[in-house]
Design a protein around this ligand. Structure first.
Ligand SMILES: Cc1cc2nc3c(=O)[nH]c(=O)nc-3n(C[C@H](O)[C@H](O)[C@H](O)COP(=O)(O)O)c2cc1C
Length: 317
């Protein structure tokens, strides 16, 4: 009997659907026992978000400050595999996920265990995954796969559709030019291929080898245009986050003033520096093709962006 632990947190239910699709192929398998635990913050985060509350979470998100979580029920299981499903908040793992990774439960249950991370987010997840790698390293867990599904549409489209969804709850297509917010139905549906691959790998004890179980299935694709933007964004969040955390606490009036100031700064940067930076980055990528491709391949580890096994596992759908 193989024991699989699934850990997730979802506000809109999107990530829950993703987890359901990935685990469906082995949920009713008699040789696999799945324990699914959903993370519950003691003080729930609101959805839809008010703009100020949304922005107010950025300093704690980027500095990986934990929030209080409801305790999981007592658990004597030794797990063979752990699936950690998370979303990104401000280029960092969401606060509930960070809190879980810093909990005693994670320290006990994830130690020395093979971990598959499953991300559902807008499209900027690279720096968040680097932080998750560090948090997993801190508790001695072994990352063997990373599966990433991003919101449909171009970066420009999701810059409108994702925040609109987060702050109004509305997911529908907009003005005939912007697609529906969130991950496409097709991408969610076809995520079951990972479940079939995991089921087969568990049957062959592959999780014990510490190698990727989901390689060759298009698990992840780094958009090289976003690498530098994420690095710059993270730096900016850290500088402002440090200042804001030092001078005020979440919810305080003083905090609101700082957040407003940062928002104005952000808008100015987006209008002026971002377009100029995009031009410089396009040039940089053209001149340093090899270096950029090396970085892309590095951030795509351990699952990689190869698709050579897609046919084998898509035929199950
Ligand atoms: C506070 C907040 C910050 C977010 N920041 C990012 C981000 O930096 N990068 C990204 O790709 N998506 C970001 N998102 C989108 C989420 O990763 C995710 O797609 C969305 O919250 C839906 O996930 P759910 O299953 O929890 O509802 C953010 C969402 C929220 C609420």
């Amino acid at each position: 009997m193989k024991k699989v632990l699934v850990i997730s947190y979802s506000q809109t239910g999107q990530l829950t659907r993703l987890v359901e699709n990935v685990t469906r192929p082995f949920m009713s398998e008699p040789t696999i026992e799945v324990t699914w635990r959903e993370i519950k913050p003691k003080k729930p985060y609101p959805f839809p978000w008010q703009f100020m509350t949304f922005m107010d979470t950025f300093p704690e998100s980027v500095y990986l400050d934990p929030c209080e979580l409801e305790n999981f029920e007592a658990d004597t299981n030794e797990y063979d595999l752990v699936i950690l499903a998370y979303q990104v908040w401000f280029l960092s793992p969401s606060i509930p996920i960070t809190s879980f990774l810093k909990s005693d439960y994670a320290k006990e249950k994830l130690k020395n265990k093979p971990i598959i991370t499953l991300i559902g987010c807008r499209n900027m997840w690279i720096m968040a995954q680097e932080k998750v790698k560090t948090l997993l390293g801190n508790i001695g867990a072994k990352l063997i796969d990373n599966i990433v599904l991003v919101d449909q549409g171009s970066s420009l489209a999701t810059f409108i559709t994702t925040p609109r969804w987060m702050m109004s709850g509305k997911k529908d297509a907009l003005w005939g030019i912007f697609p529906k917010a969130g991950i496409s139905e097709e991408a969610l549906r076809s995520a079951s291929r990972f479940g079939y691959a995991i089921k087969q790998a568990l049957a062959n004890d592959e999780e014990k080898k510490g190698v990727s179980l989901c390689h060759g299935l298009g698990a992840v694709s780094v958009d090289e245009k976003l690498i530098k933007s994420e690095k710059i964004g993270t730096k900016s969040f850290h500088i402002w986050g440090k200042l804001i955390r030092k001078c005020s606490k979440q919810g305080e009036l003083k905090r609101k003033l700082f957040i407003m100031l940062y928002t104005i700064f952000l808008v100015c940067i987006i209008i002026t520096v971002v377009p100029l930076n995009m031009l410089i980055q396009t040039l940089y990528r053209k001149l340093n093709k090899e270096e950029v491709l090396k970085q892309k391949a590095l951030y795509e580890l351990p699952s990689g962006s190869g698709t050579e096994r897609m046919k084998e596992f898509s035929s199950y759908e």
